[in-house]
Design a protein around this ligand. Structure first.
Ligand code: PLZ
Length: 454
């Protein structure tokens, strides 16, 4: 591969020197400047765009985010798994800055440019499967899902879209219909898109089923309620994200894929949250031996700039007619240059190994807490995608109140911790791969204190 886009600016970004990698709380949380900003915001931003924590961030680098009051937070969420190789990664900032000064827009479908092609080459190389692949770049995860479904429909000549329970796929009209949770994502926003069928998933902590039994249940459901002949695609998150980092039982996903292949149903892996090195491999599909017909990526792909991709078998992708795919900003040159730098950083710094290191520290710490606190029902996940499901002690009943209390305590003490799960009872750990063991241990200490004060 050529090196035309490799960043020529090698000095560290401004943020890297201005953001010490340590936790520091100086004011009440939120601090006075954040509160003042929030008062302004409430007048001009609708309540539908809700806020988990009204702490306004000023700058960030690596695993630390600094708010407008000077408080330094250990970021265990990375903006829901976006700044996977660290906030303001020097190489990403350099590549984007250089591109910004050369060319910011042409519209790829009018007059193209190299960075788009380069990202498509990287995706062809790093998604599972040793066959010809093609990629269309778009702006958001939901738009990638929309395009994946659109192309699968064109290729198969069928309409039906199958998804799984506890899935999350976005906030557009089609993806609202694909989400498991109507509230808050779809309530009152109908009519929703039709021809979407939701099948039971594999959720080992709750169903106790083997992968084979769970797959048989999913397939039986789809065969009865839709019939394979009417299904264009099955869209699965190999590890469910918003649903609570649900890792399916061994054999579940391969059985679904085999059924799809046997029945001409396009198997689409939504790797928007689980992909791009997050789990110690480029795409979590690899953990399950899956070779999807199509892989959707977004979030971590461009180090914080908006970009998403639909990568699939060339013959499937080429079924869409010329002019059928695209959009004004899709594959923007600056976002694409940033994405090329992300791939280059993952490859040249062996960042996949960092995810495995992080899993070791987090799982050791969280499993130790599980032995002490009966509200911790399950510790699960792979790499830098780890979750803790909280229950009412000794039962499988969701304990959302405990999750809210832990996340609030963590925020007060300088740790940004995200929640997830259909019932809001999952704490999720999605740190950047740049986080040090020291910061992880520090954050685990805060979370341990949070459990002690429950
Ligand atoms: N598919 C698996 O995780 C986005 C949602 C944040 P967009 N998840 C974070 C929020 O509350 O809006 C997501 C995902 C999976 C699709 C999407 C959608 O990606 O880039 O948010 O559109």
């Amino acid at each position: 591969m050529t090196d035309i886009l490799a960043p020529t600016i090698s000095s560290p970004s401004a943020a890297s020197t201005a953001v010490p990698q340590e936790r520091l709380i100086l004011t009440a949380i939120p601090g006075p400047k954040s509160l003042a900003l929030h008062a302004r915001r409430l007048k001009v931003v609708p309540v539908g765009v809700s806020t988990t924590l009204p702490v306004y961030i000023d700058r960030a680098h690596g695993a630390i985010a600094i708010d407008v009051d000077g408080n330094q937070f250990i970021d265990l969420g990375a903006g829901i798994g976006v700044t996977t190789i660290g906030h303001t990664n020097d190489a990403v900032v350099a590549a984007a800055t250089e591109q910004l000064q050369k060319l910011t827009h042409t519209l790829f479908t009018i007059t193209p440019y190299e960075s788009y092609v380069r990202v498509a080459e990287y995706l062809a190389e790093h998604t599972p499967g040793d066959f010809a692949k093609k990629t269309v770049l778009v702006n958001s995860g939901a738009e990638a899902v929309e395009n994946g479904v659109k192309i699968a429909r064109k290729y198969t000549g069928r309409n039906g879209v199958a998804v799984l329970e506890h899935a999350y796929h976005g906030r557009t009209n089609l993806t609202m219909a694909m989400n498991f949770k109507a509230a808050p994502y779809a309530t009152g926003f109908g009519p929703l898109a039709g021809d979407v069928y939701r099948a039971p998933n594999s959720y080992p902590f709750h169903d106790g089923l083997s992968g084979a039994d769970a797959a048989a249940r999913t397939i039986a459901y789809l065969e009865k309620t839709v019939g394979a002949a009417d299904l264009a695609c099955l869209v699965v998150e190999p590890i469910q994200g918003e649903g609570g980092f649900v890792v399916p039982a061994a054999g579940y996903l391969p059985a679904l894929q085999a059924w799809c292949t046997a029945n001409g149903v396009v198997f689409i892996a939504d790797e928007i949250q689980s992909g791009m090195a997050r789990t110690g491999v480029y795409f979590a599909s690899e953990h399950f031996g899956l070779v999807p017909d199509m892989v959707l990526s977004a979030k971590g792909i461009a180090g914080g700039l908006p970009l998403a991709g639909v990568t699939g078998r060339a013959e499937i992708m080429d079924s869409a007619q010329p002019g059928g795919l695209g959009g004004t900003f899709g594959g923007n040159p600056v976002a694409a240059a940033a994405a090329a730098a992300v791939f280059e950083q993952i490859d040249s710094h062996n960042l996949l190994a960092e995810a495995t290191r992080i899993e070791g520290v987090l799982k050791t710490g969280l499993e130790a807490l599980q032995k002490k606190y009966a509200v911790i029902g399950d510790v699960r996940g792979i790499g830098a995608m780890i979750a803790v499901e909280l229950v009412e002690a000794g039962t499988p009943k969701p304990n959302a109140a405990a999750v809210s209390a832990i996340a609030a305590y963590a925020a007060q003490h300088g740790v940004l911790l995200l929640t997830a799960g259909t019932y809001g009872n999952v704490l999720r750990f999605l740190p950047s791969l740049a986080i040090s063991n020291e910061l992880l241990e520090d954050a685990l200490g805060v979370i341990g204190d949070a459990f002690a004060t429950l």
